[in-house]
Design a protein around this ligand. Sequence first.
Ligand code: SAM
Length: 294
Amino acid sequence: MSPSAVEIQARTLAGYADASRLRQVHDRDWVLDRVTGSPETLVDLGSGIGQLLESALLRFPSLRLAVGLERSEHRIAEAAQRLAPYGERAVLHAADLTAPEQLPYRAQVITQTSVLHWLYPDEDRIFAWVAAHLAPGGRFLLTTYHPARDAHGLGGEDELVRDALSALGTPAEDVPALLAAHGVLPIATRTRTVDELLAVLAPHLRVAGHAERDAVVTVESAAQYEHFHAATFGDYYARVLPAERRADFYRAVGAAALRRQEERGHVSHMPVRLWELTAREEFVSETGNRPSRA
Ligand SMILES: C[S@@+](CC[C@H](N)C(=O)[O-])C[C@H]1O[C@@H](n2cnc3c(N)ncnc32)[C@H](O)[C@@H]1O
């Protein structure tokens, strides 16, 4: 049986420009509004299809180099097309952010939006990398999502997945074990709490400020959410089912999302934090003293 359109979409993570309007796109200007001065180099970690890099190049004529690090070859190809008009000002590298290679330059601005949960439990590696790649006075602007977690560590998208799997015949109470059996960590488990993140980043970075917003997702149709799920999560969850049931799974996620919206007025609702971080040794306390290094 040949794969359905939505399965092909999930494999290639296609349609993200459209899908990300539901949630992730709001991070872009939120983050770039925090950039001060005239940065020359900006690095975006998990740069996806290059939307943040493009906005940055348009907003900051001072940028001589906008660099994207990204794992998905499909996304890099889409970003390369989007950024082609910017010539040598835009550079894309294939990279795994859990084992990032060193770059030969430092950046005034490093950004990372809607990515950190995918790096769990190795986030400390990217924090160390960032600390080593920030230019003096540079800022790391990071967004993190914080869905509420239940006793099984499920929350946010996991809840829609649980609804969808139970609609397809898996009892809701068996879903945590089904995910675990396929090595699928619930997204709400991947997403550490603010306090947990503070502990992980503390050896490398200091918090210079933060802001919060509520990400409220609403949809116009079940199909819209079905495509949002495929473009955002790919086959991360779908792989718990045999290939012939995956098209039904994506449809069931869309139906679950619409049902939730009818019941609650929205599909999902979660706090997002924007962190403004500096390298640890760059930090100057309110008294003007540099803390001694631990
Ligand atoms: C939800 S998308 C966010 C994309 C973009 N930053 C945005 O805000 O729209 C997550 C991105 O992180 C990338 N990603 C996930 N794990 C990664 C890893 N280990 N190394 C590099 N990129 C990764 C994915 O391929 C995807 O493009």
